[in-house]
Design a protein around this ligand. Sequence first.
Ligand SMILES: Nc1nc2c(ncn2[C@@H]2O[C@H](COP(=O)(O)OP(=O)(O)OP(=O)(O)O)[C@@H](O)[C@H]2O)c(=O)[nH]1
Ligand SMILES: [Mg+2]
Length: 347
Amino acid sequence: MSLSKAVREGSRIALSRVLSQVENNTAAGLRALDELFPYTGKAHKIGITGPPGSGKSTLVNALAKQLRQLENDPRVAIIAVDPTSPFSGGAILGDRVRMLDLQGDPDIFIRSMASRGALGGLATQTEALSQVFDAAGYDFILIETVGAGQSEVDIVNLAHTTIVVDVPGLGDDIQSIKAGILEIADILVVNKADRPGADQSLRYLKSMIDMGYRPLASSAGKHRLADSLPNSKPCDEDEQQSLWTPPVMKTVARESEGIETLVAEILKHQKFLKETGRWQLKEAWTLREIVRKRIEGSLVRDFFNQLPEGLLDETMGDVIARKVSPARAVENLLTYNRNRNQSPHLE
Ligand SMILES: Nc1nc2c(ncn2[C@@H]2O[C@H](COP(=O)(O)OP(=O)(O)OP(=O)(O)O)[C@@H](O)[C@H]2O)c(=O)[nH]1
Ligand SMILES: [Mg+2]
């Protein structure tokens, strides 16, 4: 039996192997993705992002357990994207320890991946892993990333539902999350609500939402989403905005408090996406982004592979000596490769 068939039939060993192949971008991994892709498109991908230490892993742990209680007995996969370098590994170990109690459940699968040093970029590899889980029949895929920098944009391109986790702040004016991150939230969680200031943070976030911060996918991202589907009608912005108001809620992840409500909101969002056709739009958008990212990655790789040895160093020498501007240097290198491709016999 082929490895990908074994994955679809529920073998955890085959799944582990394929996940590694895919994460390392090997030829076998690419083949497995080819075979598995037709079976994808069913899983609900949920991104969990927020500041370091806000309790994302603890929340994911509690969430996975709560989702497992649902009547239809869903299977849950967890991808923990870790910001630490593969060398230090400290936080990865931390996540593993925190999620240890999930490991007895055969219908939960946990996978950590280091964001730094991941081939092909965070988004493409994370998306590729989620495809494998999707084809393997996991109903929910929880993806934890740190809400700092690029990864939060990546997560919104990947997840159907994005949960932003905040913690009680130090006051109304000093918040641990920036207003910008609110735009990516479909659901906002104030975790560590056992700490003082939780209600204040809740009020602050609610007021920000009332002031018009809306999830990217329902407002700013709408046109791009619509563009990515043939025959899709652009929709009225006001109408779109009124459709989904991100709920704001408190949790104490460590005590599994508030998790039932969170699951209810997730299911509500899932229903909303499906009923409004946004589920397909998101899928189309994600696939488009993935293809774009892969093209970028492969063009850049080809570009450097094609340059004769030494030319880049030589060019950089000129740039550093301020004889050639960076922009001109890039033009020169691009032209060099282009000419070379047009007349490959000229060597
Ligand atoms: N008081 C309190 N502590 C919590 C709660 N949830 C998590 N913690 C603690 O907060 C610390 C960080 O939790 P994690 O789940 O590792 O947080 P994280 O956001 O995944 O951290 P990184 O992945 O390193 O960014 C741990 O010591 C948790 O036990 C909570 O609801 N209340
Ligand atoms: Mg974590």
